[in-house]
Each structure stands twice: as structure tokens, then as C-alpha cells.
Design a protein around this ligand. Structure first.
Ligand code: 13P
Length: 246
């Protein structure tokens, strides 16, 4: 039995007060619930406030990005050790916004994945195809290549003890959610790629998840939770999604 995980990616929104407030509301309503693992991904500068708001609860905190380097002259970067020091247990790697807007290659993503595991963080590896790639029927190849690059760098077993989030780029922030069948098709291909070592790996779906679409997605065989953007910024909506993963 795989324990479901629902993560909220807050992206570049809010301020210290709104971040603490949102985390405090979630802590009050989900702080001792072990049925679904909840992980919050605030901006770096709100990590410590969010960590304080969820102290003494089961809610975990993660960062949205990590440097592939462990320390040194990398102005503006944040290392894995710094994230651990802030109380993080998770980190997103390879989000499509990082890949597209900040030119992160499969190789860079693999190095970041390794940097995360080297300090004991659990990476959530984000993969997914663009609209054009889907229209050209390249979806499964693109996703397989994104995962293969990380397997090449850290080995299959290390990929299998992380979390993988399938986020079709055309569904992110667009209100257009993948159908449960579309999502399951990709999730089952990922499961097959991981083979025997990946039977317990948590595979999340992300891309315009709302409470109204989550129920059907979460009942698919290889979908073990969600990575939620916009809808995670509102406590009640996010809690409704988390409850649907139970
Ligand atoms: P939305 O839920 O806003 O589409 O964002 C998804 C996402 O990018 C989560 O990482």
C-alpha cells in the first residue's frame, strides 16, 4: 500500500504573513492526519516561517529549487545543506518552469536530483511534455527521456526512492487538466520504466488540479497523489484536494 502524498507548490506568491497564515490553517486542520502526506513548497524566504507554523505537526516542508553545487561562489544560489538547515525534507527538481524559463537541461536536473539525495532530501522529480510534443505523439518518449537522464546519473534504485510528478506543461496554470485516462497512461508508462524497483514509488499528477478534478484522478491505479499549484494557495480548496487522496 503506497501512502498518498499531496504537495502544494506555492511558486512565487505571497509574503511572510500570508505564508504563515496559510500554513497555520493547514496545521490546524491536517496537523495530525497520517492518512495522506502533506508537503508545502513555499518560496525560499518563507521556509522558516512556514516551518515554524507547522512545527509539531506531520506536515512536511520543501523548497522549490536547489543548487547542483554543494557550496562555493555561486551568487544567488541555495545549497541542499542550507535547505536541510531550514527544516526542509523535500525539494522540487525539474519543474517545467525551471526547465523552460531558466533553461535547466535534463543533465542539470539530474545533478540537482543527486545534490538533493546527497544531503538526505527527498526530491520530487517533475516531468512532462509540451502541447506540441503531445500533438506530435512524443509524450511517452519525452517523459521517458527525462527520467532516464536521472537514472543515468544516480541509478535506478535512487530514482525509485524519490517521488516523480507527471505535470503536462499544457495543463500547468491553464485550467486545462489532463483527463484521468491521459494521466494514467503516462503514469503506467513511468511505472513500467521503473520496473520491479518502482512498484512502491509515489507518482503524483500535477497540472490544474482542483477539488473538482482530483477525485477521478486520484482513483487511477498509478496516481498516488498530486502536485498542486494555484489551488494550494487557498486553505480550504487545498484541504479538499488532500482529503480526496485518502
Ligand atoms: P497549477 O495547479 O496552478 O496548474 O500548477 C501546477 C504546478 O505547476 C505544480 O507544480
Amino acid at each position: 500500500m503506497i501512502k498518498p502524498l499531496v504537495a502544494g507548490n506555492w511558486k512565487m506568491h505571497g509574503n511572510t504573513a500570508t505564508a504563515s497564515n496559510l500554513a497555520a490553517q493547514l496545521a490546524e486542520q491536517w496537523g495530525d492526519n497520517l492518512a495522506v502526506e502533506m508537503v508545502l513548497f513555499p518560496p525560499f524566504v518563507h521556509l522558516s516561517a512556514v516551518k515554524a507554523a507547522v512545527a509539531n505537526t506531520v506536515i512536511a516542508v520543501g523548497a522549490q529549487n536547489i543548487s547542483q553545487h554543494s557550496s562555493g561562489a555561486y551568487t544567488g544560489e541555495i545549497s541542499g545543506a542550507m535547505l536541510v538547515d531550514q527544516g526542509c525534507d523535500f525539494v522540487l527538481v525539474g519543474h517545467s518552469e525551471r526547465r523552460e524559463l531558466f533553461s535547466e537541461s535534463n543533465q542539470t536536473v539530474a545533478e540537482k536530483f543527486k545534490a538533493a539525495q546527497d544531503v538526505g532530501l527527498t526530491p520530487i522529480l517533475c516531468v512532462g511534455e509540451s502541447l506540441q510534443q503531445r500533438q506530435q505523439e512524443q509524450t511517452l518518449d519525452v517523459v521517458a527521456a527525462q527520467i532516464a537522464a536521472v537514472i543515468d546519473c544516480v541509478g535506478l534504485n535512487n530514482v525509485c526512492r524519490a517521488v516523480i510528478a507527471y505535470e503536462p506543461v499544457w495543463a500547468i496554470g491553464t485550467g486545462e487538466v489532463a483527463s484521468p485516462e491521459q494521466a494514467q497512461q503516462v503514469h503506467s508508462a513511468i511505472r513500467a520504466q521503473l520496473g520491479e524497483a518502482g512498484v512502491e514509488t509515489r507518482l503524483l499528477y500535477g497540472g490544474s488540479v482542483k477539488a473538482s478534478s482530483a477525485a477521478e484522478l486520484f482513483t487511477q491505479q498509478d496516481i498516488n497523489g498530486g502536485l498542486v499549484g494555484g489551488a494550494s494557495l487557498e486553505a480550504q480548496e487545498f484541504l479538499n484536494i488532500v482529503k480526496l487522496a485518502e
